[in-house]
Design a protein. Structure first.
Length: 53
């Protein structure tokens, strides 16, 4: 985060990537264990997908 000139841009991109991960991972969720399901990036309830795409 310290290498980004704009902290807001870093946070926005991190949230976007986390959402993308979860959307993509849904394709494989049926084959994943509980530990794998809980191991992805965390997104808090204040961020919605439409804010960042």
């Amino acid at each position: 985060m310290k290498t980004w000139l704009q902290k807001g841009a870093y946070v926005s991109k991190a949230i976007q990537l986390a959402h993308s991960f979860h959307i993509n991972f849904d394709k494989f969720a049926m084959q994943a264990s509980g530990g794998t399901m809980n191991g992805g990036p965390l997104i808090d309830s204040y961020h919605s997908l439409t804010e960042h795409f």
